[in-house]
Write a protein that binds this ligand. Sequence first.
Ligand code: SF4
Length: 283
Amino acid sequence: MKIVRAENAGFCFGVKRAMKLAFEAAARSTKPIYSLGPLIHNPQQVEFLTQRGVHVVSDLDLLGSGDTLIIRSHGTSPVFLEEAKAKNLTIVDATCPFVVKAQKLAQRLAAEGYQVIIVGEGDHPEVIGIMGFAGNEARVVEKASDTRDLPTEPRVGIVAQTTQSLDNLRKVVCALLEKSSELKVFNTICHATTHRQEAALDIAKKVDLMIVIGGYNSANTSRLASLCAQSGVPTRHIETADELEAPWLEGIAAVGVTAGASTPEWIIEDVVDRLEALDGKNS
Ligand code: SF4
């Protein structure tokens, strides 16, 4: 059985950077360090981080003066940062530079008097953070039909959640054309997501089975799995190598492997090793 690993599988630049900053901060500190919510949407890697002194807390009130807080790659709002500083926390900012760019553009648009529209999921931490920079007047739009009830504005400025699809951004922009006389659009979509999806779909055309690895709580992994499945190839979404089953590989000549942005390399390697072992048993 041929095993084809997709390019761009696993950690993206922003997640790799956040991991590096977290491990370095933990190594420097004599006490545990903290992230508000999991640093990454992968339970196995969160466990790995905990073993190395990076703990998850659910509330800022659980931290006290002198504690170290790592800001996740999704970023956060300026108000939250002020609160953390007021508590005298040491901040390690792992906000992905692509997210910082979206935050700054939203802030600039608001300062220039544009009605800011963020295309994305309103409850996603990245969008909540960008909203914080854009101010109280900003609105979140998930899809084109959400623009129907929006009032007409003279000047509208648009930024996107970094993981949005270009297709969705395009549809929202088209819908908003009718709602403003001046429309300024910044395409803040991160290419890591697009490239990963394209590479997976390219492989999906050439194999009999796709294995997509990543946390069940990872939105980008789930989207990757559904895109592969929609392309017509049988697709399995797994979190770890232990979930692989020998019967899945019966009659399979080629299997493709890809992974979401929050899947660590060691889990991908485990899966490839296990596929090789199961192939040996089947033959
Ligand atoms: S997906 Fe893109 S924007 Fe998000 S953390 Fe990764 S590199 Fe940064």
